[in-house]
Design a binder for this molecule. Structure first.
Ligand SMILES: [Zn+2]
Ligand SMILES: [Zn+2]
Length: 332
């Protein structure tokens, strides 16, 4: 069995490459799957990632002098290991890290989903000896409805309340842009207003070729001017002083966790929207069945149910204990 990768609580070390995948601390050489803060940290001496992920890291942490961009599917030799980045369908620039060494192949998926997302390239299954999968929503209770239906709910709530605005909490990298792209696909072409903390990443998406239509900062607008508006803010801003000047906001939240009614209630969310950038139970199990790895390693999330599911199907699997890896949690 594959013996040349070492899972640690703060990342996966690949000794023959002398490199870490998504290390949680600054290292000499990092292979980074995507720009979320729990995968991409600042301060690495050298970083291999997609051009989009490097741009996101630069926006967050400043210039990345040690950054090396790899095109999708391009093979890059790192130490004695051949490395390829293959789209993961999670957020713009997200990639699975495919590692090949002495005839064995390991795929570290980072985070992924299988549902449609107009803002990034879709996940591509790669057969392998070891597949390292996330399990953020690794329980059968988690089944994400079609995004279109959730977006229709948002538009219906807006239409039914012309004197109010809809304030949507959405994670600032990926979820917020995907939500706007989905609104555009649904035919909504009015301006979408952004909390100030969102603006830079929207500009970056535009600069990287993801068209999101008319988006503008809320700025100093208030009351009357925002009736009927859709406003997107980081989840942490929903209950802020900031939201008090908005006209009777319908508080919404776009998150896979909105499947859990108690969570929506706790946060005072009037309009829960079940929209996630992570695979749900069906996507996780379908992906494992499709990739058919020699062994599955399950990381960050609810590992037990997935490992049990594998056991019933004679699929080898083990849970990896990794910490601090749940941006949907952090984002809320
Ligand atoms: Zn992520
Ligand atoms: Zn993650």
């Amino acid at each position: 069995m594959v013996s040349w990768i070492e899972p640690h609580s703060h990342g996966i070390f690949v000794p023959p490459a002398g490199a870490w995948v998504d290390p949680g601390r600054a290292v000499d050489r990092a292979l980074v799957t995507h720009g979320h803060a729990d995968h991409a940290r600042g301060g690495h001496a050298r970083v291999l990632a997609t051009a989009e992920t490097l741009a996101i890291m630069a926006a967050r942490y400043g210039p990345q002098p040690g950054g090396q961009a790899a095109k999708p599917h391009e093979t890059v030799r790192v130490g004695e290991v051949d490395v390829r980045l293959v789209p993961a369908g999670h957020v713009l620039g997200s990639a699975q890290v495919v590692l090949e060494y002495r005839g064995e192949r390991v795929v570290v998926s980072g985070d992924y989903k299988r549902g449609p997302d107009p803002t990034c390239a879709p996940f591509e299954p790669v057969s392998c000896d070891v597949f390292v999968s996330e399990a953020t929503f690794g329980l059968p209770v988690f089944r994400h409805p079609p995004v279109r239906a959730e977006v229709a709910k948002l538009l219906a709530a807006r239409a039914a309340n012309p004197d109010r605005c809809v304030l949507v909490g959405a994670y600032a990298l990926g979820k917020a842009q995907r939500l706007v792209a989905e609104l555009r696909q649904a035919g909504f072409d009015a301006p979408v207003y952004l909390h100030g903390a969102m603006v830079r990443l929207f500009e970056l998406y535009e600069a990287l070729g993801v068209a999101l239509g008319d988006v503008r900062p809320v700025g100093t607008l208030k009351g009357e001017a925002l009736k009927g508006a859709i406003i997107i803010a980081p989840p942490s801003a929903l209950a802020d002083r900031w939201s008090r000047r908005l006209p009777e906001p319908i508080t919404a939240m776009a998150s896979g966790w909105m499947r859990v009614r108690q969570r929506a209630k706790q946060r005072g969310v009037e309009l829960p929207l079940i929209i996630s950038d992570h695979a749900d139970w069906d996507e996780l199990t379908a992906t494992i069945a499709e990739v058919r790895p020699g062994a599955l390693w399950v990381t960050h999330g609810r590992e037990e149910a997935l490992v049990h599911w594998c056991g019933l199907r004679q699929q080898r699997a083990r849970a990896l204990a990794m910490v601090g890896r749940d941006e949907e949690e952090i984002g809320e």
